[in-house]
Design a protein around this ligand. Structure first.
Ligand code: ATP
Length: 360
């Protein structure tokens, strides 16, 4: 893999606000890369710095090994798709898509060919003459994509491009965008605050908080091996259990509140061992509710205190130990299966290999 975009220790402040604070990233050629984080964490500012709409307060940006210091947005090998589409309502589809080509010396026939090709790519074949006013939200988003792609940028920057669409259409467009990215092979950098969107679409995700990148990893690694409690709770649901480190070598011996004594590998534990306190993280689907007969050694006893049905999954709250500690457990529903009832006594098997430990 060759690095296409290199963010080198970039900071950007607006007055007293450090919107981006010492960020370094390497984004590969052909990668679908997402910047994910809560509102105000600096992801849009970072995208705008890559586009050249903002100048960094310090640090450097290289695209395709070329320094971008002082290079205007229109001279960068990037193109941006905005959240509000920014298409021209008085122009038709074809005119909108061709807008960026107007200053290029391309023959009429060649232009038409390019337009038709890119419209086919985004699923708008035949709509060349349709007025932009007469398009649905999803179609407008496709026009915005086509307009950016026709310029064949090396990097396509997408700022929450699907957030204005309803849930069903958004999910459909997520898949389409992913397929489109694979088909054209262009590096996509997507800004989103939606964890599911980042996980389903990306090769790599950078999770940001307070202007800093906290973890860069593949979706699976982020979910299964989050390196901090913040990342773990931002990406999906996780139970956190207090524990004490009893022994720390290649394996870490822990005594924990609900799970009792257990041993996990050093590779499951993140942070530095300064105190003997540890927080253990476990995803709800890594705990299974079993009948007494199929409980294994180390299984724990609990009582169902709440149940929320979500179709394919039910989330249970289970009071464990002396009853003051609660675990969230998710169970896959199969057809006709009986639900566990509130107040029912159950056993829980915990998948110890999936645990993560946070030391600070
Ligand atoms: P959101 O998802 O809400 O768009 P974000 O993660 O994209 O958030 P940014 O828009 O990058 O966050 O903003 C990061 C911080 O910088 C915020 O505190 C924001 O108020 C501030 N900020 C961004 N642009 C400017 C600006 N032009 N002038 C002053 N402050 C700004």
């Amino acid at each position: 893999m060759t690095t296409l975009v290199e963010v080198q220790d970039i900071s950007k402040s607006f007055g007293a606000v450090n919107a981006v604070d010492g960020v370094s990233l390497e984004i590969d050629q052909g990668q679908f890369f997402s910047l994910l984080g809560p509102s105000g964490c600096g992801k849009t500012t970072l995208l705008r710095l890559i586009a050249g709409f903002e100048r960094p307060s310090s640090g450097h940006l290289l695209i395709d090994n070329k320094p971008m210091d002082g290079v205007e947005p229109n001279l960068r090998p990037t193109n941006m798709v905005f959240q509000n589409y920014a298409i021209f309502p008085h122009l038709n589809v074809e005119q909108n898509v061709a807008y960026g080509l107007r200053k290029k010396s391309i023959s009429k026939i060649e232009k038409e060919e390019m337009i038709n090709q890119v419209l086919e790519l985004v699923g708008l074949s035949g709509l060349n003459q349709r007025s932009a006013n007469a398009l649905s939200g999803g179609q407008k988003q496709r026009v915005a994509l086509a307009r950016a792609l026709i310029l064949k940028p090396k990097v396509l920057l997408l700022d929450e491009p699907l957030s204005a669409l309803d849930k069903k259409l958004r999910e459909q467009m997520q898949l389409e965008l992913r397929h489109l990215q694979r088909a054209v092979g262009i590096t996509f950098i997507l800004v989103t605050h939606d964890q599911e969107e980042a996980l389903t679409m990306s090769d790599k995700v950078a999770v940001m908080f307070d202007g800093k990148v906290e973890q860069v990893a593949s979706p699976r690694e982020l979910y299964e091996r989050p390196t901090s409690q913040r990342v773990a709770s931002f990406i999906g649901a996780m139970n956190f259990i207090n524990g004490t480190v009893m022994e720390a070598k290649n394996e870490i011996g822990i005594n924990s509140d609900i799970l009792g004594p257990l041993t996990i590998s050093r590779s499951q534990v993140f942070g530095d061992l300064t105190e003997n306190k540890i927080i253990i993280g476990i995803r709800p689907e890594r705990i299974s509710i079993v009948s007494d007969g199929s409980s294994v050694a180390g299984s724990i006893s609990g009582r169902i205190t709440d149940a929320s049905y979500f179709g394919e999954t039910t989330y249970y709250k289970v009071a464990c130990g002396k009853g003051s500690e609660t675990l969230t457990v998710s169970a896959q529903n199969s057809f006709g299966q009986m639900d566990y009832q509130i107040g029912e006594e159950v056993k829980l098997n915990v998948d110890i290999k999936s645990l993560v430990g946070f030391l600070d």
